[in-house]
Design a protein around this ligand. Sequence first.
Ligand SMILES: NC(=O)N[C@@H](CC(=O)O)C(=O)O
Ligand SMILES: [Zn+2]
Ligand SMILES: [Zn+2]
Length: 438
Amino acid sequence: MNTSETPTLLLQKVRPYGEGDPVDVLVRGGLIAAIGPDAGTDAPADAEIHDLDGAVLLPGFVDLHTHLREPGREDTETIATGSAAAALGGYTAVFAMANTQPPQDNQTVTDSVWRIGREVGLCDVHPVGAVTLGLKGEQLTEMGQMADGAAKVRVFSDDGMCVYDPLVMRRALEYSAGLGVLIAQHAEEPRLTKGAVAHEGPTAARLGLTGWPRSAEESIVARDAILARDAGARVHICHASTTGTVELLRWAKDQGISITAEVTPHHLLLDDSRLESYDGVYRVNPPLRETHDTLALREALVSGVIDCVATDHAPHAAQDKCCEFAAARPGMLGLETALPIVAALLVETGDMTWRDLARVMSVRPAEIAGLSDQGRPISVGEPANLAVVDPDSSWTVIGEDLASLSANTPYEGMTFAARVVGTVYQGRMTSRDGKVIA
Ligand SMILES: NC(=O)N[C@@H](CC(=O)O)C(=O)O
Ligand SMILES: [Zn+2]
Ligand SMILES: [Zn+2]
């Protein structure tokens, strides 16, 4: 980063972590230079001034689980449009999953995604490397080469597919422990989910949809916890969706196993009653579960049994969503709506403070991925990667207006109180009042 080109910003009247009286924050050379009522006195005459009217200031969000669809499906999202969605959502770093076409299973592809992300320049784009060639679950990739490349890949996942073979997963964990990288598992035992399109339960039975049992997820979570223990490796569970997964995570952490987990905003908010409409927008992997699962997931996030929120932002073309439920592609948009949902479910209810929200959306994901310049405290000398949140904006979601190239949001027409009104990435404003600043 060329700090001489970065402007000086003065963020006026912000409340770090939503605590105390509003203060001013001076950002210079990509770093936080001063915080306090007089922070602006040092500001040069050409400083960019933003009056933020008492908004909450948080560390910029870090998404461990994003699908950017480039290379291969640039009709549904590109690194540029996904980065724009990230900037609007308050994100300053995203991890781009490997299930692109071709997949990110070698250094040429991971370095190319990294380089394009840098050129776009709206947030850090960290390519996730595949665990197995072609995400087929058979042969391990050259994780070491991807880790040594320009992208310095530190997170590996076959997400979209499960590394289902226990021997392959065992070897992947052993290899990853030696390299000091992280394996993120899409926990789905494929023998239990053949043809599955919905959560296995009363709703799917009534609607005539093939069910995906909780055991398909939980059996892999339990297995991988034990494999990680014996390999002396870390393992991360993608999109935890069931009450049983929460119990297994609690058990594994109590044993001292190095296991971490994420939950998506949609699994926190929505349950399978949505499927009554047969609207393909609600099809997602793992499927929307039952009310008690959503409550267990919320509690686990509050208590720390689940470490963080990840969006699993999964753009899809209209023709792949607006069709018969069982034919719809699984996945939903997430980057631009994550903060409003987590705030509504956990901060506005009093279950979490804004500082707790910063922990689950920024601090913990940065730690899990080993990022040193993200998820940092809001204090002088720290890198200026920040999100500004208006807690009372009353924002209504309209899919067509989102920056994402796709519009498959399950929150169409919903109104949320909190909204991201500004994002600062490497000392530069990347979004302000719902507009991307290129
Ligand atoms: N979550 C989904 O339903 N879909 C994801 C893949 C995945 O995260 O498993 C996608 O790539 O579309
Ligand atoms: Zn997945
Ligand atoms: Zn995913």
